[in-house]
Every structure is written in structure tokens, then in C-alpha cells.
Design a protein around this ligand. Sequence first.
Ligand SMILES: O=C(O)CCC(=O)C(=O)O
Length: 309
Amino acid sequence: MQAHKLRVDEQHPIIHDFIAFGHHHFDGDLDAASAGRLLDKIRHLRTFGEDLFLSEAEFDANPQYIGVNPQPGRNLLEQFEADLAFVEQDPAIVSAMTSLLGEGYEILLKKLICGVPAGIVPAWLKARIAGNPVNNLGAYIKPQFRDITYFYGIDFHQDLIDYKDREADFVTLYVYLHDVGPHDAPLFLLEESHKLGGTLFPHDLTRDGDGWEYSDGRGGRVHTPQRQLMGKAGFAAVWHACTLHGTQPDAADNERLSLRYLFARKPGVSAGIDQVNATLQGPLSLSATRQDLDASGAARLKANCVNKV
Ligand SMILES: O=C(O)CCC(=O)C(=O)O
């Protein structure tokens, strides 16, 4: 029997949205009650206060910038496998991921992200990190709490940034565990920015009307409308590994808690992502993804676009 090839109009809308915009939102969100139950369990385990942080003297005694994110054996979500079914087995997620990444797609990574509220970041730390492009606070968090990734804002970046030499064969799914409004460090996403393929961080962006003029340093240029991802508990959005996104520091009193998944195509499988990637004007992988860090992993430059919005 001849294999049936899907016509464009028969395809899952995620393929169209990825080609046109570089991201896709799930109408109707995921189950808010399940998101709320997971959130309660997390809040029962962890208070998000100043005691998360090392003192300045403790930090200076042995600054460690590498290996401070969740990893196998130190990942808060490992104890919540059953509670994550509302994401991983949600029919809309499964069908979208299967279209995009093919049968047998894999979870490359899953972790909890905390947008740390300004009120709990120690003054000494705020002074040190002001103006840095990437404020992943893991280096300053006590080792026993590094089972979550803590952000105090991050400039526009591609998720390819963490995967030198890997093809953009994976996508990011973000799920808000509670309502996220303008003061809860919502994600900012630059629509159509994926079209230029992989580019070096920090990125060349100039504010332009409702978005940014984005240049790839190779002569390519695109206007990227800026979207703020706000929504209710269970809000879910997925984006391409070359789509620029970032956050401002959390100005609210409360932390923002979100799930971050990376889903990847199984090696050798061809799927919708190949169709998407065939439309990109730039490389699908990079041998160097960033130039903002020194050899120890510390920030070596001050620059930030998303905070200027
Ligand atoms: O949640 C945040 O504040 C930023 C997270 C982000 O952009 C990422 O994990 O790639």
C-alpha cells in the first residue's frame, strides 16, 4: 500500500504555526486543577525566601558557575512523575508533539523554573548581577536547593544556546502552574525570529515598533513582533529551538513557577520538524552558541535588551 502523505491542510496546526511564527499555543490550556495540585505540593516542600541564597562570603569562598542546574538525581520533578501526567499524557500535547517530532519522541529534559521575585534577592547579589544578560541564579543558591532553576530575568536567547553542535531537532514546552500576568515575569517571545536559524548570543536586536529588528550577523535580517506570554494556570506554549525569548526580573511579590520541558525527535525519525527546519534561512546547529561567558562560566559582559522593553 502506498504511504499516505499528509496534505498541508491536513496537518496539525503546530506545523503551520512553527513555520510561520516559530511557536504554538494550546487552546484551552492544560488541566488547571492538576497544575494547582502540583503547585501546592511544591510549595509544601520549598519556601521561596532569602534563605535559598548563599551569603556573599560563602559564594566568594568558592564561586561555582557550572553544574548548578537540576541534573539526574537532583531534580525536584523526579518525585512528581505521576503528577506530571496532566502534561505528558495530555492528548493535545501528545498529538502536537507526535506531528512535530514523530512517533517515539523523547523528553530530553524537564525541570521546574522559578522566576525569583525581586524582594528575596539579596542586595549584594542584585548589585553584582545588574545588567548581566543571563541571570540564572544557580551559582548563588545553596547546593541543596539546586534541584530547580532560578531565574532573575534572561535576555532574548535561543534554547539552542545550551546545545552546541546539536541540530534544532528539539522544542521547548512551557507550562505555567498558576496565573501569570504582566508582573509575574511572563515570557517575552519574538515571533518569526526562528527564521534566521541559529545565531550567536547575545543577539543583534534593535527596537522597532511592535517588536525588534533582528540581524543574524551574516547579512540576514527579519522584523520580529514581540509577544508576551500571559495566561491562567495550565497555560502551555511551545517554541522552536531557534526562537528568541526571554524574561525580565520578577517584579511581583511571589515567585513564578513553571514547568520547562525539552522534547526531542528520536534519532533517525523524520517528522514535521524537518519540514519546519527546511524553511529556515540559517544554520540548524552552531559550533559556538554564546560569547557572554569567561572560561569559569562567569558573565564577562553587561548587555540586556529585554529589560529595555
Ligand atoms: O523562566 C524564565 O524566567 C526564563 C526561562 C527561559 O527563558 C528558558 O529556560 O529558556
